[in-house]
Design a protein around this ligand. Structure first.
Ligand SMILES: Nc1ncnc2c1ncn2[C@@H]1O[C@H](COP(=O)(O)OP(=O)(O)OP(=O)(O)O)[C@@H](O)[C@H]1O
Ligand SMILES: [Mg+2]
Length: 359
């Protein structure tokens, strides 16, 4: 049996987990900074690193207590070393190094995207997935990434395509900001879209020929132009002012009501259409038996449902709590590196733009 303490601090969640054999989650503690960053409408990097420093010791201790695990029972320490925010990553990496050094056990550096991918291996109360059969296609859709990855074996990755501009999650966040419906944008857009008509606006889909790359910046701009039609170029005159004999002055124009639900539903459908079509084409081309979804956007219900309906093969997605950032997924990925003896040296450093590469 292999017990790994995993630490994740790449963005705005301070997280620690104890994971057994890469599949059993004994604890999964997440201190989210969401409420702190909400007032800025996005993650404020300096504030994030300071919050990680404040939270990390308690989060790690809580993870051990919840897992009823003593320091001397741990076999290895795993930590995210990239990609992510430099100040945030540094807190997790230095904490992990200190613990591994003090306990004299191996340190394992994990790529955050590999962690998202391996969230599909974890068992939860409601979810006891059968073993994954390779090769498997993974769609990683998160706040900073949109990647189609063919996984040939543990640690053997072939990137089939990725976004050439915005990530899918970033597009959700920016559209939510345009619609003024909150942060993070994904859950807010999904909620707003429930009462909207997904055919109301024919937003563009970037197919980029036969490639497996993605682009969401044109879609984002199309949504912005649509919103602006309701906010900027409104030349309606307010009837009450006219009745009182006022001559309307140019800037004093009431805003039209923005059809938030219809715009959210049409935008969400445009994103999901592209993600599903490209994943299906890649799954057919490489004849995989299964598709895995991972990353924050994989929590999206429309994406899950459309992917299952369209792809003609089993589709797995992590339980909702494991879609967004957590340390259990880092522990899951770390197990396979532990078995393969991929240990980090004491000069492990953070790599903010780390890419997913085969070991
Ligand atoms: N239900 C949902 N529908 C669509 N998007 C969602 C949903 N829930 C969360 N998201 C999006 O997921 C993203 C956060 O996911 P995640 O935590 O994996 O990203 P990240 O860690 O910031 O980025 P990365 O993993 O690329 O470094 C946000 O952009 C958020 O809007
Ligand atoms: Mg993430």
């Amino acid at each position: 049996m292999c017990k790994i303490l995993a630490i994740e601090s790449s963005c705005d969640e301070t997280a620690a987990a104890v994971v057994i054999d890469g599949v059993i989650v004994k604890s999964n503690v997440i201190a989210s900074q969401l409420e702190i960053h909400r007032r800025y409408g996005g993650v404020f990097p300096e504030v994030a690193s300071r919050q990680h420093i404040l939270a990390i010791s308690t989060v790690i201790q809580d993870a051990l207590i919840e897992a009823r695990t003593g320091w001397n029972e741990l076999d290895a320490i795993a930590v995210t070393y990239g990609p992510g925010l430099v100040g945030s990553l540094l807190v997790g990496v230095n904490a992990a190094k200190g613990i591994a050094l003090a306990l004299d056990i191996p340190l394992i550096g994990i790529n955050h995207l590999e962690g998202h991918l391996y969230s599909n291996w974890l068992k939860t109360d409601k979810n006891d997935p059968p073993p994954v059969k390779f090769p498997v296609l993974t769609l990683i859709v998160s706040g900073g990434h949109t990647e189609l990855v063919l996984v040939h074996q543990h640690g053997e990755y072939e990137i089939l395509g990725r976004t050439i501009d915005d990530a899918a999650g970033e597009a959700f966040d920016k559209v939510a900001r345009m619609l003024e419906i909150g942060f993070p944008g994904g859950p807010a857009v999904q909620e707003a879209a429930k009462t909207g008509n997904p055919q109301a606006y024919d937003f563009p889909r970037a197919w980029l020929g036969n490639s497996f790359d993605f682009s969401f910046s044109g879609l984002k701009t199309a949504v912005l132009r649509t919103v602006q039609k309701y906010t900027k170029s409104n030349i309606l005159q307010h009837p009450s002012m006219m009745a009182m004999g006022h001559q309307p002055q140019a800037p004093a124009k009431p805003r039209l009501v923005i059809p938030v639900a219809d715009i959210a539903a049409s935008f969400q459908m445009a994103v999901v259409d592209v993600l599903v079509s490209k994943a299906k084409a890649a799954a057919d081309k490489y004849n995989v038996s299964e598709i895995l979804l991972a990353g924050g956007v994989s929590a999206n219900a429309l994406l899950r449902n459309k992917m299952m309906a369209a792809c003609g093969r089993p589709v797995r997605a992590p339980s909702l709590i494991l879609c967004t950032d957590n340390a259990a997924m880092i522990g899951a990925a770390a197990y396979w590196h532990y078995k393969a003896g991929h240990f980090a040296s004491w000069d492990l450093d953070v790599v903010t733009n780390l890419e997913l590469e085969s070991k």
